[in-house]
Unconditional design. Structure first.
Length: 280
């Protein structure tokens, strides 16, 4: 009985530290997000000889063109319209601000729900935030490699969001299970991994068909490589948690890992974009 009480107190202490960590991470994301948004709105428009981040998002649709002669030569043509310009730098700031928002939601109004969820091996806020913020990130990366169609952007974002929601499903299905007895249900992990490949297949296709791929700036390749590596560390973190490897037997250790990985991925991507602005 006394041992159980000590264990509970130890868990509560670790969660208190995680709540405090979320406050700090929220502040770090907020500062970076506000700086990037200020740069996008007030500095970048006044710069000259910078990298052009303007991305025209297009829509393709079939247009029926009747034959004026009436002899049956009607045509179905594909028409392309520019629907809007993707606010690239503002969206870069947005995924930082989204992360800050969710960190503060965890640390302040929802800390008791966060605490209760962690004790069950679940953090719903993490997966909702990733579904939004990482989807923005992968859309921006795909735009750098030539994706322009609004439908492709939507499918990339939805596939990425679905992958993250499978992560939530993984935690919900395996909540409270004894990992040492190999009772983990890996289906959500497998399905999510398959779905998560879809955006990368689209990006690989656009890289493969680009006749001027040698002209892609170095910072764009750095963004792709950085995010691809970061992207794959998250499932590794989950795999280590559910396999109970070393310190990852403690779900709370993996929770801290997710927070650090998220900060590193978003920070590097943001500063690479900012560096890219000043490339001619």
């Amino acid at each position: 009985m006394e041992k159980d009480v000590k264990q509970e107190l130890n868990v509560d202490l670790k969660i208190d530290k995680l709540i405090s960590f979320n406050k700090k991470m929220g502040f770090v994301h907020l500062v970076q997000g506000l700086l990037m948004m200020a740069f996008a709105l007030f500095v970048y428009p006044n710069l000259s000889d910078t990298f052009d981040f303007s991305v025209g998002v297009v829509g393709n649709y079939l247009e029926f063109v009747p034959d004026p002669s009436g002899v049956g030569g009607d045509l179905m043509l594909t028409t392309t319209d520019v629907l809007f310009n993707l606010p690239f730098l503002e969206l870069t700031a947005s995924f930082l601000l989204l992360s800050a928002l969710f960190h503060f939601l965890i640390a302040f109004p929802n800390k008791n729900k966060y605490r209760a969820g962690l004790k069950k091996g679940i953090n719903v806020y993490r997966w909702y935030e990733y579904a939004l913020s990482s989807s923005v990130m992968i859309v921006l990366i795909s735009a750098l490699f030539g994706v322009r169609d609004v439908a492709v952007f939507a499918l990339i974002a939805l596939a990425n969001a679905g992958m993250n929601l499978f992560g939530l499903d993984m935690e919900l299905l395996n909540s409270g299970k004894d990992k040492t007895k190999n009772k983990t249900n890996w289906l959500p992990f497998i399905f999510g991994s398959v779905l998560g490949l879809a955006p990368w297949v689209a990006i690989a296709f656009y890289i493969g068909v680009n006749p001027n791929i040698d002209q892609v700036p170095g910072f764009v390749w750095a963004i792709l490589a950085t995010y691809f590596v970061a992207f794959n560390t998250f499932p590794v973190n989950m795999w280590l948690q559910y396999k109970g490897v070393g310190k990852f037997k403690d779900y709370l250790y993996g929770e801290r890992g997710y927070i650090v990985l998220s900060l590193v991925a978003k920070t590097i991507l943001t500063w690479l974009v900012l560096f890219g602005v000043f490339q001619p």
